[in-house]
Write a protein that binds this ligand. Structure first.
Ligand code: AP5
Ligand code: MG
Length: 200
């Protein structure tokens, strides 16, 4: 399996690039933001529970995220691979993901950090027209602060596991995708030479 994590601050291009990657490599895209926004649209209990967190730009508690995400990820354990977009976002989430994957004998192949300057994050999010409840200036500010406080430390977590690559997201979508492809192809070559069962 080719299992990727795409992470970086709000608006850096995680969703955009994940969609490009899944088309090319036929992977399953797991965006926790999208998963919970769908629950909100459904109007059920879980949706009601997470709405206040998303609307306010704060993290949904780890136990809720983990229960939902791990359940969905397991449905795809026989796929070519998964892309985690917006997950993990805390050290607890990262550790739980590692534990779950270890139990199944699979692992994360590569963690891609999309590096984008703060002014550009605001420009991109405010320029997006999807009507997201959290795309307001004050909430974006909060999301960025929370990213720095809770999530940025995962860079070091994955660097210590030798899995992190930092890709500059400061270019057109096409150029950024090209940079990402280079990193993925590099890891496929390394994995392919270690494990000839690896078909992509
Ligand atoms: P989530 O949905 O993950 O949002 P986010 O991290 O704030 O990031 P965005 O989705 O806004 O941006 P993106 O990086 O995907 O960029 P995109 O490709 O859209 O999370 C939302 C909320 O859900 C959280 O605040 C939290 O409440 C909750 N949540 C989710 N996961 C959680 C978890 N694991 N734990 C706890 N809570 C969780 O691009 C942005 C715009 O820029 C688009 O318009 C795009 O077209 C454009 N663009 C992209 N790339 C480029 C480029 N290279 N040049 C110019 N424009 C570009
Ligand atoms: Mg997104």
């Amino acid at each position: 399996m080719l299992n990727l994590i795409v992470f970086g601050p709000p608006g850096c291009g995680k969703g955009t690039q994940s969609l490009n990657i899944i088309k090319k490599y036929e992977l399953i895209h797991l965006s926790t933001g999208d998963i919970f926004r769908k629950e909100i649209d459904k109007g059920g209990l879980l949706g009601k529970l997470v709405k206040k967190f998303i609307d306010n730009g704060i993290l949904i508690p780890d136990n809720i995220v983990l229960k939902e995400l791990l359940k969905i990820a397991m449905e795809y354990k026989d796929s070519q691979g998964l892309i985690f977009d917006g997950f993990p976002r805390t050290k607890v989430q990262a550790e739980m993901l590692d534990k779950m994957l270890l139990k199944k004998g699979i692992d994360i192949s590569l963690v891609i950090y999309l590096d984008v300057e703060q002014d550009e994050l605001y420009r991109r999010i405010l320029g997006r027209n999807q009507g997201r409840s959290d795309d307001k200036k004050a909430i974006i500010e909060k999301r960025i602060k929370i990213f720095e406080k809770e999530t940025l430390a995962l860079k070091k977590y994955y660097e210590d596991q030798d899995k992190l690559v930092v890709v500059s997201g400061m270019a057109s979508k096409e150029l950024v995708f090209g940079r990402i492809l280079k990193e993925i192809d590099n890891i496929i070559n390394i994995k392919g030479s270690l494990n000839n069962k690896f078909h992509i």
